[in-house]
Design a protein around this ligand. Sequence first.
Ligand code: FAD
Ligand code: MLT
Ligand code: ZN
Length: 469
Amino acid sequence: MRNHELIERLSHLVGDNGLVLDAEGQGPYVRDWLGKWQGSTPVVVRPRNATEVSAVMRLCHQTRTPVVPQGGNTGMSGGATPDGSGAQVILSLNRMKRIREVDPVNNTLCADAGVLLADVQAAAREVGRFFPLSLGAEGSCTIGGNLATNAGGTAVLRYGNTRDLALGLEVVLPDGRVWNGLRGLRKDNAGYDLKSLFIGSEGTLGIITGAVLKLYPAPAGRVAAWVGADTPAQIVALLSRMQGVCGERLTAFEMMSAHCLDLVVAHVSGAASPLAARHAYHALLELSDTEPAGLPALLEAALGAALEDGVIQDCVVAMNDTQVQTLWRLREGISQAQVRAGKAVKHDIALPISRLAAFVEEADLALVSDFPGLPIINFGHIGDGNLHYNVLLPPDVAPAEYARLTAALNRRVHDLVAQRGGSISAEHGVGQLRRDELRRYKSPVEMDLMLMIKRALDPNQLMNPGKLL
Ligand code: FAD
Ligand code: MLT
Ligand code: ZN
């Protein structure tokens, strides 16, 4: 079917306001947040509800039109960007913003997939509950995108990944049928766990249109600390101690190298190092509780002991919310600072926490020897074993050199990760960034199982072609 015919039929399904046709309007949809990928599309379709998504998908199925689902377009792996063929329709969920139900007794919230993560958090707060998923992009990413990437973020240590926070899903299948799995049940063994198939499938199996999410009691207070240490091994030792002493009250534990802090101080206005001396590594940790009275004393006692035992070199504590937020702004400024500083070769790796420090030591040595002079930007969610072990290239690096270095650095870093039983894709998704890497590191059996699932659900290969598989 010709484009103009397709567009006319789509406009009958979603109305003229539901289509973006002009190049200027399409701009923010066809390039990604990092500015790394740029594609093209005949049309951005913006349905208002699952019924309209279903009608759009039925039409795309009949006409064999490939579809790229898109939420807030904050993804880091190019998963929401179409290719350059001009044949792939973008299906944006950004008009589906309804909180359908909040049930504080069942501790659940049901939302359209296009609701911003920050709005889900706010809706939970309004009924005295807490939705714990938390990431730097929470003001612009959608809950559908979080589910499709199985996003992680900074609260995984205590509450788990997005997968752990979802009880039910509504999904429009590639042929337009709607699967209503919006069950708010904590026990449901009636057959295969279908929702888990779609969570983390990055738009390759269907369109997530709604979800039932878990809510938690709202923490009544939090305290935090910024720590200076010499090595990742010391940071890991502190993590272990804090978990032992604080249990579930330890809600976040992040690590960043001195280089990351330097970048934030240089590129984020108002940012300043919290400690007087320079340290090779820093940790940001947070304690929270529904009964916060004992938190300051607990934090001070635990850190005091760590200082005395030489596990860490220095620390500063944040005892009110303004101070806590100031520390978090430093951590959350890293992504933006990196973009401003140059072109990063990004890695999103996971390792058993017990092997993290040895990995960093070995990888640092390998990179300093094989890629001298390239700054390593090492930070991440060390409490979950997830590091963004990135390498910064100059902003004006030539495209061919960028591609050559990316391939060489990927091989060096990912081989080390694989040797230590890690994963090359922890929380950002595979998208187009790591698609070829995935094939290299997954066993033929695992790849075959994934391809069988893909063929069963999307036999015409119309869902987000070129991503993940
Ligand atoms: P998009 O970018 O629009 O899409 C991401 C993928 O999901 C694509 O493959 C797309 O096709 C698919 N998709 C989107 N919506 C749907 C749907 N409804 N149905 C089916 N498929 C869909 N990520 C983390 O995990 N942890 C972090 O700490 C973190 N921090 C970030 C900080 C910043 C500053 C930024 C810019 C990004 C960060 N991210 C982080 C990455 C990103 O925010 C997450 O991947 C997020 O989950 C993407 O949501 P989105 O709505 O923007 O999805
Ligand atoms: C983070 O942890 O800040 C994010 O995942 C974003 C990034 O890697 O830049
Ligand atoms: Zn992250």
